[in-house]
Design a protein around this ligand. Structure first.
Ligand code: GRG
Length: 302
């Protein structure tokens, strides 16, 4: 199978895994649950759960424990997108080629949908303990699940995505230093990518030093991914990326690209990507598809 075919097959597979964990739209909460599913089923590249499954495969993970973590990671990512689009934040009307959640359901329900989805992610991740009943060594698996939950929470929290986004919001409209921008990119965007690469490996029982290297790879890829996002916001095609371009300029946002220009941004992405691939090649095990995916993210067009 070539890379594009495999990417397509893996995306479909991740979608199926996620679908298994989506809440049923019923009861008095039916509307808010449909807002949650509206966001979860809007498409998206699914790179975080995809990366997670790849590192799980690299270290020969067995069983079903990975599935709830894959779904949980995508839920956390989607909850952040719902909130990111709100009028108080980026005030965006379109995402993934359709109306943002607050445009479809109203602002109050969109705020709630983001909160519900963030908590539902943890409800889902806790379902990983169901895998203990079929485990060869339940105690060992319970230890791995606990560590994976710790990483999931830490990468989402104040020293991860939420911390970075909070600073991003606070510094809105001000010119930032390169260090401030790097902190924000590493946390708001990089942390979930770091966590995704780490969790698959942790659950499969990878050695601790390799999990640390995967975290470093996630940092480089996360930084590159955000700068690429900023480049696309300037040079991208609205139809291709599924949302209007120029959002950063409209919101007077300091980004690596607004500070140093598109050309410098491209060079930085290339360098970060090279670093990440070098570290990837130093691991004791390999994964051809994941390597290519990491490589492709540097030049992605959506
Ligand atoms: C949920 C309580 C709560 C708060 C959310 C708004 C926020 C806090 C965090 C925002 C984090 C954010 C939007 C970072 C940008 C990361 C980024 C580049 C997102 C785009 O990711 P893709 O390209 O999107 O993977 P798709 O649509 O493919 O899933």
């Amino acid at each position: 199978m070539n890379y594009n075919e495999e990417l397509k097959a893996r995306t479909l597979h991740v979608n199926a895994v996620i679908r298994d964990y989506l809440p049923e739209e019923k009861g008095f909460q039916k509307t808010i649950l449909s807002a949650v599913n509206y966001s979860m089923e809007a498409g998206g590249k699914r790179i975080r759960p995809m990366m997670m499954e790849c590192t799980w495969q690299m270290y020969e993970g067995r069983g079903t424990v990975i599935a709830p973590f894959m779904a949980a990671m995508e839920m956390i990512h989607n909850s952040s997108l719902i909130h990111d689009d709100l009028p108080a934040l980026d005030n965006d009307s379109m995402r993934r080629g359709r109306k943002t959640t607050h445009k479809e359901y109203g602002e109050a329900l969109a705020i709630m949908a983001g909160d519900v989805l963030l908590n539902y992610a943890y409800e889902t991740a806790f379902r990983s303990f169901d895998a203990l009943k079929d485990a060869e060594d339940p105690q060992q698996l319970a230890g791995r699940i606990s560590e994976a939950l710790r990483v999931l929470a830490a990468k989402t929290g104040i020293n991860g995505m939420l911390g970075g986004q909070s600073c991003d919001v606070e510094y809105d409209g001000r010119t930032m230093t390169e260090n401030q921008i790097e902190f924000i990119n590493r946390t708001k965007t990089g942390a979930l990518i770091e966590g995704s690469l780490m969790i698959g490996a942790i659950l499969a029982g990878a050695p601790a030093d390799e999990v640390r290297t995967l975290e470093e790879i996630g940092t480089d890829i996360g930084l590159a991914f955000q700068i690429r996002d900023d480049i696309l916001d300037v040079t991208g095609n609205a139809q291709e990326i599924g949302k209007p371009v120029g959002s950063d300029e409209r919101n007077r946002k300091s980004t690596y690209v607004s500070l140093f220009g598109v050309q410098a941004g491209r060079q930085k992405v290339e360098k970060l990507s090279e670093n990440a691939l070098m570290k990837f090649d130093s691991l004791s095990v390999q994964h051809e598809f994941l390597r290519r995916l990491l490589e492709e993210l540097a030049t992605r067009r959506r």
